[in-house]
Design a protein around this ligand. Structure first.
Ligand code: FHN
Length: 680
C-alpha cells in the first residue's frame, strides 16, 4: 500500500475519531496528573448579578440566578451592564489570597447563565468591555495566575438567558421574548467561537468547567462534539462531565453508559465513600449562595471548611470552594477570613492533602486518612478530628508493619510509641491535640496499604417476617471469616463462614476476619429483627387508580398540603404530573390503596425533581423532600398481603420536574407501581 494511501487513512482516522478518543489510560493519567495532585481550588462566581447582590423588589434571597428567580425582564437586567464598574478589583490580590489559602487552581465564571461575558469578547456586545469598567478581567487574572504559578480555569455556562439563539426561553418570559428566528445550532457556533477566544487569548487554561447542561435542547451529541472541539483547541485541557448530559443530579457523577467528560462534579455534597478509579471534584459555597448576596450571613466556619477539605481528599476527590465577589470587585470579608484560616492550616499540613490518595480505611471513628507512596512503603496521614480520650489512636485492621509515627507539625519528627494489636495498631499520641481542628499524624509502614476491614454481613433487609438468610463477604485476601449468632465476639473456635445462615428469630450476628488463627479485623455486628407485617386495610374501594389534589404555590420544601386549598381534585390512574396546570410552583397529593400480593418486606422508591414523599398508612417510607434535580430515595416496610393505604406528595419549585414511584418485594423485581394494583 503506497505511502499516500497510508497517510490518507491515518488522517481519516484522526478526523473521524480524534486522538483523545484513542487516548490511552497512561496518556490520560499524564493529562490529569496536575489536577489530581492539586486537590484544592477556588471557584469564583462573579458578574452583573453582584450589583443587585441578591436583592430585588424587597426580596433578598437571590444569587446568580436573580434574573430568572426574580423574573427580571431582559432589558431591565441589561441595565446592569452600565453599572458594572468594580474599581477595587485587583487580580493579584485575588490570586494571592487563593494561593495563601493553599489553593492550586482558580475556576472563574467566564460566562454564567445570564449570558454576560466577563472578558473582552469579539463575539458579544454583552461583555465586560460594554461596561464602564472596560478592562478584560480574565486577562488580568490570567497574568496574575501566571505570575503566582496558579492554574487558571474557566466556568462556562451552556445555558444562556441572553443570546437570542439560545433555546428554550425562561418559562415566565415566553410571552416577553419571541423565539422567532432563533437557531440553536447558530448559538452553539457562537459558544464555540467564544470558547476559542477563551482558549486562545488567555494562555494555558487548565480546566473548562461547563455547566447549565440540563435543558432539553442540549444533547449528548452536542456534548461529545463540544468536548472534541475544546480538546482540539487545547489537547491537554481537562473538561468536567457537565459538557455532556450524563450527570446524575447534584450527586454529580456520570450515569452508567453516558459520556463522562474527565471528572464528576458533586455539588454541595460529598460522596459517602471514595469512588475508586473515578476522578471527581465537589464544589461548594462558603455560605448558601454562589453569586454575592449581601444578606447571606449563613457562613460555614473555617474549621468546618478545613474538615470538609480533608474529608473530600480522604475519598480521593478535589475540593472547589467558592467565593462570590462584590460589585466593587472585593472578596467578602467573611470569605477572606475563612481563606486565611484554611491557609494557616494548609501551610502546616498541605503535604497531607496535595498529591495524596484516598484513605485505605472504610471509616475511622476519630477522623480521616490520606496516603501517598514512599520508597518501599506507604506514608499514611492520619487526620485526627476527635482526640482519643485516653490518648491512644486505634488504627483498626491495619495489617502493614509500622516503621515510624510522628506529628506532621513536629519539626524534629519525634517518634510516637506504636503498639501492634490483634486487630490493628495503637499510636500513643498523648493527652492533648496539637491542633483542635485536625491534628495530622504521619505513620510510615512497609509495603502498600493493607487494611482488614470488618467483613460484610449481607442480607436482603435488616428485618424479616418469617426467616432471613445471611451471608458474609470480605475483600481482604488470605483471611477467613468467623461468626457468632449470640452477640459474642467471634473467636478462632467460632463457626467459619460458608453457605448462607438462616435466621428464624431476631438475631445479633457478629463477624470478624482471622489470618493464621489470629483475629486481624474489628468485629462487624448487625441485629436482624423478626417483625410482624403491617395488617392490610379493608377499605370500601371500588375504583381503580388514586385520588389526587393539585396545588399551586412557592415552596422550597414539601408543604403541609392538608392546610392548603387545592386548585383542583380528581381521580387518576397512577402517580403522574399530567394534571399539572403550570410548569413550575405546583404540588400534588395522591392518595389511595396499593394491593400487595404476599406477606413480606417491600421497598418503595421515590424519584423526583423537586421534593416528594411516600407514605404507607401513617409511616413515611421514602422521603425525598427538598429542592433537587431528579434524585431517588427509598425505604422498606413489612406488609401483610392485601390493600394498604398509600400516599405520595410532591412539589415542583422551578427548573426541571419529574416524579416516578416504584416498588419491589417478594416476587416483584423493582418496577414502577402498575395501575393494576392501585385503588381508591
Ligand atoms: O445553576 C448553577 C449555579 O448557578 C452554580 O453555578 C452551580 C455551581 O456549580 N451550578 C449550577 C447549579 O447546579
Amino acid at each position: 500500500m503506497s505511502l499516500r494511501i497510508v497517510l490518507f487513512f491515518t488522517l481519516l482516522l484522526f478526523v473521524l475519531c480524534p486522538a483523545w478518543s484513542q487516548e490511552t489510560a497512561a496518556q490520560r493519567d499524564v493529562r490529569m496528573q496536575w489536577w489530581r495532585e492539586a486537590r484544592f481550588g477556588l471557584f469564583i462566581h462573579w458578574g452583573l448579578y453582584a450589583i443587585p447582590a441578591g436583592e430585588w423588589e424587597g426580596k433578598t434571597e437571590y444569587g446568580e440566578w436573580i434574573r430568572d428567580r426574580a423574573r427580571v425582564p431582559l432589558d431591565e437586567y441589561d441595565k446592569f451592564v452600565h453599572q458594572f464598574n468594580p474599581t477595587q478589583f485587583n487580580a493579584e490580590e485575588w490570586v494571592r489570597m487563593a494561593k495563601d489559602a493553599g489553593m492550586n487552581y482558580i475556576v472563574i465564571t467566564s460566562k454564567h447563565h445570564d449570558g454576560f461575558s466577563l472578558f473582552d469578547s469579539k463575539e458579544s456586545e454583552f461583555d465586560v468591555m460594554a461596561t464602564p469598567f472596560k478592562r478584560d478581567i480574565l486577562l488580568e487574572l490570567a497574568k496574575a495566575c501566571r505570575k503566582e504559578g496558579i492554574t487558571l480555569c474557566f466556568y462556562h455556562s451552556i445555558m444562556d438567558w441572553h443570546h437570542p439563539d439560545y433555546l428554550p426561553r425562561r418559562e415566565w418570559e415566553k410571552g416577553l421574548r419571541s423565539t422567532d428566528g432563533a437557531d440553536f445550532n447558530r448559538y452553539v457556533d457562537y459558544m464555540k467561537r467564544q470558547l476559542k477566544e477563551l482558549l486562545t487569548n488567555y494562555g494555558a487554561i487548565g480546566v473548562l468547567w461547563f455547566d447549565g447542561e440540563w435543558e432539553p435542547t442540549w444533547t449528548s451529541a452536542y456534548g461529545i462534539d463540544l468536548y472534541d472541539y475544546v480538546r482540539g483547541l487545547r489537547p491537554s485541557i481537562i473538561i468536567n462531565n457537565r459538557v455532556g448530559i450524563g450527570r446524575g443530579g447534584m450527586g454529580g457523577m456520570t450515569k452508567e453508559g453516558e459520556f463522562a467528560g474527565d471528572f464528576g462534579t458533586p455539588e454541595q455534597e460529598i460522596p459517602a465513600t471514595g469512588l475508586p478509579g473515578l476522578d471527581w471534584e465537589t464544589c461548594m459555597t462558603m455560605n448558601t449562595h454562589w453569586g454575592y448576596n449581601k444578606n447571606d450571613y449563613n457562613w460555614k466556619s473555617g474549621p468546618d471548611l478545613i474538615r470538609t477539605l480533608v474529608d473530600i481528599a480522604s475519598k480521593g476527590g478535589n475540593y472547589l470552594l467558592n467565593v462570590g465577589p462584590t460589585a466593587e470587585g472585593l472578596f467578602p470579608d467573611a470569605s477572606i477570613e475563612r481563606l486565611k484560616q484554611i491557609g494557616a492550616w494548609m501551610k502546616a499540613n498541605g503535604e497531607s492533602i496535595y498529591g495524596t490518595k484516598a484513605s485505605p480505611f472504610r471509616n475511622l471513628s476519630w477522623g480521616r486518612s490520606t496516603h501517598k507512596r514512599i520508597p518501599r512503603g506507604t506514608r499514611l496521614y492520619l487526620h485526627v478530628f476527635e482526640w482519643p480520650a485516653d490518648g491512644d489512636l486505634v488504627l483498626p485492621g491495619l495489617l502493614n508493619s509500622p516503621k515510624k509515627a510522628y506529628f506532621l507539625s513536629d519539626p524534629q519528627k519525634q517518634s510516637l510509641p506504636i503498639t501492634k494489636k490483634d486487630d490493628g495498631l495503637v499510636l500513643a499520641l498523648g493527652s492533648k491535640p496539637r491542633d483542635p481542628v485536625n491534628t495530622v499524624v504521619v505513620l510510615d509502614v512497609e509495603g502498600s496499604p493493607e487494611v482488614a476491614s470488618p467483613p460484610d454481613i449481607v442480607s436482603e433487609h435488616p428485618v424479616f417476617l418469617d426467616f432471613a438468610e445471611v451471608s458474609f463477604a470480605s475483600e481482604t485476601r488470605n483471611t477467613e471469616i468467623r461468626y457468632t449468632l449470640d452477640g459474642s465476639v467471634p473467636t478462632v473456635q467460632a463457626p467459619r463462614a460458608g453457605s448462607p445462615v438462616r435466621l428464624h428469630g431476631t438475631t445479633t450476628v457478629s463477624a470478624r476476619l482471622f489470618r493464621g488463627g489470629k483475629p486481624v479485623s474489628p468485629v462487624n455486628r448487625i441485629t436482624f429483627m423478626k417483625v410482624a407485617g403491617r395488617p392490610a386495610d379493608h377499605p370500601q374501594t371500588t375504583q381503580s387508580g388514586l385520588s389526587f389534589s393539585y396545588y399551586e404555590g412557592e415552596w422550597n420544601m414539601l408543604p403541609e398540603f392538608n392546610a392548603l386549598r387545592p386548585i383542583s381534585r380528581g381521580s387518576i390512574t397512577n402517580v403522574t404530573l399530567s394534571q399539572a396546570k403550570e410548569e413550575e410552583h405546583f404540588g400534588f397529593d395522591f392518595r389511595g390503596y396499593i394491593r400487595v400480593p404476599d406477606d413480606g418486606v417491600y421497598t418503595f422508591y421515590c424519584e423526583s425533581d423537586d421534593g416528594s414523599r411516600l407514605l404507607i398508612g401513617d409511616s413515611v417510607v421514602a422521603d425525598n423532600d427538598g429542592r433537587h434535580a431528579m434524585r431517588e430515595q427509598k425505604g422498606i416496610i413489612p406488609l401483610l398481603a392485601g390493600l394498604h393505604a398509600i400516599r405520595v406528595i410532591y412539589f415542583e419549585q422551578m427548573g426541571g420536574q419529574g416524579l416516578k414511584v416504584s416498588y419491589s418485594g417478594p416476587g416483584i423485581v423493582k418496577q414502577e407501581i402498575p395501575d393494576s394494583v392501585l385503588f381508591h
